[in-house]
Design a protein around this ligand. Structure first.
Ligand code: COA
Length: 168
């Protein structure tokens, strides 16, 4: 039985991945308006953010994306999406584990993110991973109708304790 480590490979995202990433994310999201635009991806790559795709090892098909921005002493998770047919198999959790390792490498003990209150799967993931809600940004996101607030969440990352993750 292939494990996550043998089934998938992680690599930096390139401009050529944008169409595949956007198609994957639009299907994964609760509503297409929640998905990132090509401009969001382009500007993240241009800015030098950590923009990674996870691909099937045999076919090269993109099955997940993760974008994070480094700050001083902290990292901000900007986006994570997993192909719909792989939901519930621990893919997002294993990508977050890679991100915690990155926080350790950068000596960044805090990981921040924003999430839509309506995005229950993502909120469940973050709660399960030990993120706590620390605030609300009013009317932060475009929504299907009007705007939607963002919940601000943070998680402390233990700087000493952590396995190295093969999918880095
Ligand atoms: C949110 C998302 C990334 C989760 O990816 P995933 O690979 O399915 O998540 P995992 O399988 O790693 O789940 C880890 C934990 O999260 C929680 N979880 C994830 N999806 C859940 C769901 N639909 N309902 C309830 N809990 C859920 C569970 O606690 C799960 O652990 P468990 O299965 O041991 O109980 C995925 O649903 C997705 O791509 N959504 C669209 C994009 C998006 O909304 N991204 C978040 C932007 S803030």
């Amino acid at each position: 039985m292939p494990t996550l480590q043998t089934r998938f490979v992680d690599r930096p995202m390139t401009e050529a991945d944008i169409p595949a990433v956007m198609a994957m994310e639009r299907e994964a999201c609760l509503h297409p308006v929640h998905a990132w635009s090509d401009d969001n991806y382009r500007s993240s790559m241009r800015a030098g953010y950590w923009v990674r795709v996870r691909c099937e090892a045999d076919s090269g098909r993109v099955v997940a994306v993760c974008v994070a921005m480094d700050g001083v002493d902290e990292v901000h998770l900007l986006n994570i999406a997993v192909a719909r047919e792989l939901h519930g198999q621990g893919v997002a959790r294993s990508i977050l584990a890679v991100l915690y390792d990155r926080c350790r490498q950068r000596q960044a003990p805090l990981l921040w993110l924003e999430v839509r209150p309506s995005n229950e799967p993502a909120r469940a993931l973050y709660r399960r991973e030990g993120f706590v809600e620390v605030g609300v940004r009013k009317n932060y996101y475009p929504a299907a109708q009007g705007r939607e607030d963002a919940l601000v969440m943070k998680r402390e990352v233990d700087m000493l304790n952590g396995a190295s993750h093969a999918l880095e």
